[in-house]
Design a protein around this ligand. Structure first.
Ligand code: AMP
Length: 607
């Protein structure tokens, strides 16, 4: 190579290996993130061969964190944030306290000083933003109530970390456990007194800075950012719009961190949130998606790089204890806290599973602890190993929670039938977390997706008096449908458990009115195997999609673009007096000449 290019080689090495191992993991039916972590271990310093730049990788990963949090902010309004405050604030604080206590206990057992044990505990108490958000996004939970609580919880943890990063160095000074230079006793006491005020002052300054940033964003940012984006959208330049989205997400996050001492993630979240109420937020989210995913992958690679596999052999017991605290201790604490708030079990399980891991903040705390001489190097190694293993175990935790849920709900139901009079109101109130029972309809139609297409289908079925139900992915739409008295199920219809709720064997027809053909194929396939005689009508946007859907069992596939063309031809035929025939040469090429469709409309009468 003509010159040294650490940035390029880190990005290329990280992405290429992550791609290879991610694809391999997928092939082996494991979550791709395991592949990304392995790629990280391979480009890390603890394995032979190529070593990526160890300071650049985590910095690149931060860009992933920023874009992820920006994306979440885009789905969040201030109202959403406030609505989960009641549970997220006390919940996160109680969980941090509990996990810190456990970590401190383990540290004490290992003979570490109190300060070091506390830093260790604190590092085990904060979940990784990337892992949590990726898990929620994969399960399409970000916009559900439990997703909002989990994100609110994350934001409280984030704020707590901002405070901790300011306070730990100060406390290390007074604690005397650090390698601070020795002082005469009187000077030490004076310092203690000063610092007492100083710590109070520091907390106050940090809080004031955070408050100032939030206020600025809510007062000025809320006007300025949507206004800028609208102006850019009006230029019609896609490139500029994309650039605008990136500039705002990265710029606000960086400014928040440099000027106000707020974390990058929190800054990005607010940048997204002030744009959330604008109708452009959807487009902004789409534009930031590809970069976000690429950089989030680099996050996992950078975590993998820190991991030294040798520790698994050297210190198996302390690692087991650390993982126990992260995966079980924290999860159980979160579960109990959420249940204490009388939230449904499904909510509690999702939140506790999503928090049963640690990541980027823990690394920062560990590094700080070691730098200050509080935390022994061994503590940092345990944190790193705990992080990678808990991230690998996280999908498993979600899987277990899904499995556990029916069992636990069974026992809860038995309890509640024993004492029916005391069933709490929250349990009976309709919510997305209530246990859903399959539909009892027979001879019905199933409408999948209730957007621009599905809505028209549904309205027509309704006015014709045909019994039907809807499967929708957006909780807002499901809420609206239920309010209208229409039977609707929330979830991704491509998932078997959601589709089964529609009572396919008894249904007469299914209209797959979603834009994603890949998911539509999965739905058609399952519908056909559950009910060989069901009429499957599907939506497509290209000839290739039409073919694929037919292969998977669809009886009729309506290609959106062709129908638009037909509609246009139809309209033209009414104006031009000669008969305009619809002709689609592309379609004709592949299907023969008899597919020319003439419009039925006679030309309008001349006045
Ligand atoms: P539109 O493109 O306007 O017809 O909207 C499509 C609708 O389908 C939206 O309301 C989506 O929330 C919904 N949708 C998309 N994919 C799925 C899916 N896999 N399962 C259920 N609903 C979906």
């Amino acid at each position: 190579m003509p010159h040294d290019t650490p940035l390029i080689s880190t990005i290329v090495g990280g992405l290429v290996l992550a791609f290879i191992f991610g694809a391999l993991a997928h092939r082996l039916r494991m979550p791709p993130l395991i592949g990304y972590l392995i790629a990280g271990v391979l480009v890390g310093p603890h394995t032979p061969g190529y070593v990526a730049d160890q300071s650049l990788a985590p910095e690149l990963a931060e860009i992933g964190v920023i874009l992820l949090m920006f994306g979440v902010g885009l789905h969040f309004s201030l109202k959403d944030l406030m609505s989960v405050r009641g549970i997220a604030l006390p919940g996160a604080i109680a969980q941090i306290a509990f996990a810190t206590l456990l970590g401190w206990g383990l540290g004490a057992l290992m003979g570490w000083p109190t300060g070091g044990s506390l830093v260790f505990g604190l590092a085990l108490s904060v979940a990784s933003t990337v892992v949590l958000l990726k898990a929620l996004q994969e399960r399409r939970l970000v916009e559900t109530e439990r997703g909002r609580i989990a994100v609110g919880w994350l934001i409280v943890e984030d704020l707590a970390m901002v405070l901790a990063l300011v306070l730990i160095p100060a406390a290390a000074g007074i604690g005397g456990e650090g390698h601070a230079p020795a002082e005469p006793l009187s000077a030490g006491l004076n310092r203690l007194f000063d610092l007492d005020l100083g710590i109070g002052g520091m907390i106050a300054t940090t809080l004031v800075k955070v408050a100032l940033f939030v206020a600025l964003m809510l007062v000025f940012g809320r006007k300025l950012i949507p206004w800028t984006m609208h102006r850019i959208a009006h230029t019609g330049s896609r490139e500029l719009f994309r650039l605008g989205v990136l500039a705002i997400a990265l710029g606000v996050a960086f400014g928040a961190a440099k000027l106000f001492g707020v974390s990058l993630a929190l800054g990005a979240f607010f940048a997204g949130m002030v744009l959330a109420e604008s109708e452009l937020s959807h487009r902004a989210a789409q534009e930031s998606l590809p970069l976000r995913d690429a950089f989030a992958v680099l996050f996992f690679v950078s975590v993998g790089m820190l991991f030294d596999p040798k520790i698994l052999i050297d210190r198996p017991l302390p690692i087991l204890a650390t993982i126990f605290i992260i995966v079980i201790g924290k999860s159980v604490a979160a579960l109990l806290i959420v249940l204490a708030f009388k939230k449904p079990l499904a909510t509690a399980l999702t939140i506790s599973a999503s928090l049963g891991q640690i990541g980027e903040f823990s690394f920062i705390l560990a590094a700080l602890g070691v730098d200050l001489g509080l935390l022994p190097e061994e503590g940092r190694d345990l944190i790193l190993a705990g992080a990678i293993i808990s991230i690998i175990l996280n999908p498993l935790l979600f899987f277990l929670c899904d499995r556990l849920r029916p069992l636990l709900e069974g026992t809860r139901r038995e309890e509640s039938t024993a004492e029916p009079a005391v069933a709490p109101a929250e349990e009976t109130a309709p919510s997305e977390d209530d246990e859903v029972h399959p539909s009892g309809l027979h001879g019905h139609a199933i409408v999948v997706g209730y957007g621009r297409v599905g809505k028209i289908v549904g309205q027509n079925l309704k006015s014709a008096g045909t019994p039907f139900l809807v499967i929708e992915d957006s909780d807002k739409r499901v809420g609206e449908l239920k309010a209208q008295g229409i039977e609707a199920f929330l979830g991704n219809a491509a998932a078997t458990e959601t589709l089964n709720l529609a009572n396919l064997p008894a249904a007469r027809s299914i209209a797959i009115a979603i834009p994603n053909a890949f998911e539509a194929c999965r739905i058609a396939e399952q519908a056909r195997s559950a009910n060989p005689s069901i009429l499957i009508v599907a939506r497509a946007h290209s000839d290739a999609e039409v073919e694929a859907l037919k292969q998977y069992g669809a009886d009729t596939v309506i290609m959106g673009e062709r129908e638009i063309a037909l509609g246009m031809v139809d309209r033209l035929a009414q104006v031009h007096h000669e008969s305009v025939a619809y002709e689609d040469s592309a379609y004709e090429d592949s299907h023969g000449p008899d597919t020319i469709i003439a419009t039925d409309h006679p030309p309008p009468e001349r006045e």
